[in-house]
Design a protein around this ligand. Structure first.
Ligand code: ADP
Ligand code: MG
Ligand code: ZN
Length: 501
């Protein structure tokens, strides 16, 4: 590509489904995947005389999203009719917001190479359309989605690359999912994006003519579609052509965008105020209440994990990706601060040795969650995600960190805790897993192993050092993995040195 001297300008329009129980203006269920046309009523089927009612829960979620995205919530906003004809839109119009949206003027900070504020023009409430299903040469319509609640979030044209667009979308989706505003499921269409793309010569202040790429349904495809579109437009301008304002569709098989409709066919939506709904008025108290209910957002969490917990950016990133994991990790820190490896949190008995009441480093706890717990949970994907209580997990961590059981046994105990719900101390006791740390026991095992393998022993003594590992392995086998490997190494070395001398 000969893109030097050009820059891309991108603005994104995101539609996100809201996690309400019912639709935006009627009491039909808002559930994905129901039997087609089973969640419909006179309101969303647009039968004459049926009147819409505003779903309060939908307003709450929209306001929550708006506040998290630094938008100003407008005390008074209006619904409008956006008129167009399409078979999945029984009313012949969509209830949306036009001149006075529920919120305007926000921003989202994204991080690609550097941190950058992407301004958000508005977030408004609207209803979704139904769905057409094409099978063979027939088309069917499913109106279950007709009337389900959406927020549309419109960015300013502040984005300058495909990668930046993806960072913006990921950050946005993460916030909406964290807050429980949306499930963010892109495959099911709960989070979808239209990308407006234009190019201009560097230094130009005027925006170029944009093309809008519709409904791209994965981060990967958004990136590819935008990259393709930027390249297409630059090539076009360089070869003396002009970008026309149009809507294009991305074809993921061929990795191209194609014109869907041009400006001549551009819609005139004949917007007017929705006569069947009152203005949407929200009080200061309502806004304040919702503001208070907003939990710490992932980006803030990440920064705090680095500054307060002294974790690496990577660890902070992994631990905050999932809200439940983050709060689980914070619970673990609390348990550690409250009791540490003391009574109640240790394996009880003598197993925790002298570590009673001692606090583990936060970095250690982070490693346990990232390396052990997350991989265990991944293997159990689909099964119930009922986590063991943080205090119970801490008990296991303490057992390993104090040397009561070794690390591999610890992993096995964790797996068993997750499947049986038993306590670490119970499993360790029932299965007699406590590590053999006493020198006598280990020395005994080593002596037996040396006796049982005379050939290997004489090879080792005559300089085949590789066999050292073999003997450590045999000792672990003999003790059923319970020997403290460090001790086993030390004692074996001592015995071999004695024999050599
Ligand atoms: P419409 O409602 O017709 O889609 P808007 O003016 O609301 O038009 O803009 C929609 C999106 O297009 C916004 O995200 C905006 O930032 C973006 N946009 C507007 N002009 C341009 C442009 N020249 N290049 C890239 N994006 C643009
Ligand atoms: Mg648009
Ligand atoms: Zn309905």
């Amino acid at each position: 590509m000969n893109g030097e001297g050009f820059e891309a300008v991108i603005g994104l329009e995101v539609h996100s489904q809201l996690l309400t129980k019912t639709k935006m203006f009627c009491s039909c269920a808002n559930v994905f995947g129901l039997e087609p046309n089973s969640a419909v009523c006179p309101v969303c089927l647009a039968l004459p005389g049926a009147l819409p009612v505003i779903n309060f829960e939908g307003v709450k979620l929209a306001v929550k999203a708006a506040l998290a995205l630094n938008l100003n919530v407008n005390r008074k906003s209006f619904f409008a009719r956006k008129n167009y004809f399409y078979p999945d839109l029984p009313k012949g119009y969509q209830i949306s917001q036009y001149l006075d949206p529920v919120s305007s003027g926000g921003y989202l900070t994204v991080k690609t190479e550097a941190e950058k504020k992407i301004r958000i023009n508005r977030l408004h409430i609207e209803e979704d359309a139904g769905k057409l299903i094409h099978i063979g040469n027939r088309s069917y319509v499913d109106l279950n989605r007709a009337g389900t609640p959406l927020v549309e979030i419109v960015s300013e044209p502040d984005i300058s690359s495909a990668a930046e667009a993806v960072s913006y979308l990921k950050a946005l989706r993460e916030i909406l999912v964290y807050l429980g505003v949306s499930d963010g499921n892109m495959e099911e269409g709960s989070f979808r994006c239209d990308a407006n793309v234009s190019v201009r010569r560097k230094g130009d202040t005027k925006l170029g003519t944009r093309a809008e790429v519709k409904n791209v349904n994965s981060f990967k495809f958004v990136e590819k579609a935008i990259e393709y579109e930027i390249e297409r437009q630059i090539d076009l301008v360089i070869s003396g052509g002009k970008v026309v304002q149009e809507t294009r569709l991305y074809d993921s098989k061929e990795n191209v965008t194609r014109s869907m409709r041009g400006k001549e066919e551009a819609h005139d939506y004949r917007y007017f105020e929705e006569p069947d709904l009152p203005p949407l008025i929200v009080s200061e108290e309502f806004i304040a209440e919702i503001k208070n209910s907003i939990i710490e957002l992932p980006e803030a969490k990440r920064r705090r994990y680095v500054s307060e917990y002294k974790l690496s950016e990577y660890d902070a990133e992994v631990l905050t990706q999932d809200k439940d994991i983050a709060s689980y990790f914070e619970g673990l820190i609390e348990a550690n601060e409250a009791a540490g490896c003391g009574a109640g949190a240790g394996t009880g008995e003598a197993a925790t040795g002298g570590s009673n009441g001692s606090r583990l480093e936060i970095k250690k706890l982070a490693n346990w969650v990232i390396n052990e717990l997350l991989s265990e949970l991944k293997e159990r994907e689909g099964e119930s995600r009922e986590l063991l209580a943080p205090a119970g997990f801490l008990e296991l961590i303490c057992a390993v960190e104090s040397g009561a059981i070794n690390r591999n046994t610890g992993k096995a105990v964790l797996a068993e805790m997750l499947s049986s719900g038993k306590k670490a101390s119970e499993i360790i006791k029932d299965k007699n897993l406590a590590q053999v740390s006493d020198d006598k026991g280990i020395e005994e095992a080593i002596k037996q192993v040396l006796e049982e393998n005379p050939k290997e022993l004489s090879d080792l003594l005559s300089g085949k050092d590789k066999l050292f590992g073999f003997f450590v392995g045999e000792v672990m086998k003999k003790t059923k993995g319970k020997a403290n490997p460090k001790k086993a190494n030390e004692i074996l070395k001592k015995l071999i040195d004695e024999k050599k001398a």
